[in-house]
Design a protein around this ligand. Structure first.
Ligand code: NIG
Ligand code: FE
Length: 402
């Protein structure tokens, strides 16, 4: 046609589509899902969506009379879908470098947490910070994620624990949703820890009776639109019953269930998530065999976080077993004060080396499967006509994926 288009990427050496508009790919067959075109071009329309993708000469003929705001010669380069980071805690104040020293000296994550550090330390500083202070550091972090290739990022609250500060964090995330060139899926994580001075049951009641109704109200008034609900389901934090109550109440107000489970102890989190219709469960270092089967059956994504096992010297999550059982495996950076990693390429690298995933599996886990974990695989995570034109141009002529 003669229409005006936003962007033409011309003649890429390799253009990796990744597959699966609705159903995530790469359950089992590593390579099968990653369709690769050679000598290919791609057109993005003024609405930001992909208009066409195919062989360079075919696209040239098809768009002979079109005009483009921008044309990028991709010869000698490769094109990939933008990376999706399915798990981050990016809004907070107060670094925890002193705790790194404690960990190197042998302290465990839970020992530090139970002594009032860890998440509690970050909560103290985040409660004191102003909304603008939090927004400024958050903005810098998102820019660094974008520069590392992430175009869609899940962002959690969870360093407030009281309603006031949880809402402050969610407002900061909402502001970034509107002002930043990066996609955001927001998660209410008010059950990230039991706040000092409360029991887990009191905290659970507070969330269900006060926090969630407020989120519902703010969604209706258009002020804050939260996408997911999260709980840290862990021994000494929220047990299975409290987790169930919170997640169900979140689901009842329209949030997608996406929570921390089976990280440090086997909790039957995976079984619970499958039963409640969770979109995704993160961590899963201690998941049971039954939990893996239940997740596969329920099409509940496993968001694996290689930086956590690395930092905390945990046993690795069983990525191979999950893939073999047909679980939808996704990846996330888990960026937080304890695991300071912005980079999904680094996460994919760790997934290959430490969790024995193939390069193809890691790429699918960091694109289409991560988008699935956020309920966005209809619009994100692969280069297909009609989807969002989120893409990366790699200064290399050869990906040699396997
Ligand atoms: O995913 N496990 C709980 N939450 C985070 C850590 C957050 C923190 O330590 O501040 C995680 O690793
Ligand atoms: Fe986390």
């Amino acid at each position: 046609g003669r229409q005006r288009q936003r962007l033409l990427l011309e003649n890429a050496e390799q253009l990796v589509l990744v597959c699966g508009r609705r159903e995530p790919c790469l359950r089992r067959e590593g390579a099968a899902g990653l369709a690769v075109l050679r000598g290919a071009s791609l057109v993005v329309g003024l609405d930001g969506c992909i208009k066409a993708v195919g062989q360079a000469d075919v696209i040239r003929d098809q768009f002979l009379e079109a005009t483009f705001e921008r044309i990028i010669d991709c010869s000698g380069k490769c094109v990939l879908p933008g990376l999706v980071d399915a798990h981050t805690h990016p809004v907070w104040a107060g670094d925890r470098v002193h705790e790194f020293a404690m960990k190197l000296a042998g302290a465990s994550y839970m020992e530090i947490h139970q002594a009032g550090g860890g998440i509690h330390f970050t909560v103290e500083h985040t409660r004191k910070a102003t909304e603008d202070e939090l927004f400024t550091t958050f903005q810098h972090r998102l820019e660094r994620m974008l520069r590392a290739g992430s175009t869609l990022v899940e962002c959690k609250s969870g360093y407030g624990l009281n309603l006031e500060t949880e809402l402050k964090m969610l407002r900061v995330i909402e502001r970034a949703k509107k002002s930043m060139d990066i996609g955001i899926s927001s998660t209410y994580c008010g059950a990230h820890a039991v706040p000092k001075g409360k029991t887990a049951t009191e905290a659970t009641d507070d969330i269900i009776n006060n926090h969630l109704p407020k989120l519902k109200e703010l969604k209706l008034s258009g002020e804050i639109h939260v996408n997911n609900i999260d709980v840290f389901c862990e021994k000494g934090v929220f047990d299975l019953e409290s987790t169930r109550r919170i997640l169900q109440a979140g689901k009842d107000i329209g949030l997608q269930i996406n929570f921390h489970g089976d990280e440090l102890h086997p909790m039957k989190s995976a079984e619970l998530g499958a039963e409640l219709g969770a979109r995704a469960i993160s961590h899963l270092e201690e998941v049971s065999d039954e939990g893996i089967v239940a997740m596969a059956r329920a099409k509940c994504a496993a968001v694996l976080l290689p930086t956590t096992a690395y930092m905390l010297r945990l046993k690795q999550p069983q990525a191979r077993k999950m893939l073999e059982e047909g679980v939808i495996v996704a990846l996330g950076s888990d960026f937080n004060p304890n695991a300071y990693c912005f980079s999904m390429p680094m996460v994919m690298h760790l997934a290959c080396v430490n969790m024995k995933m193939s390069m193809n599996e890691a790429l699918a886990a960091a694109t289409i499967n991560a988008a699935y974990a956020l309920g966005k695989s209809d619009t994100h995570g692969s280069l297909e006509v009609g989807k969002q034109g989120d893409l990366l141009i790699i200064n290399s002529s050869r990906l040699n994926l396997k």
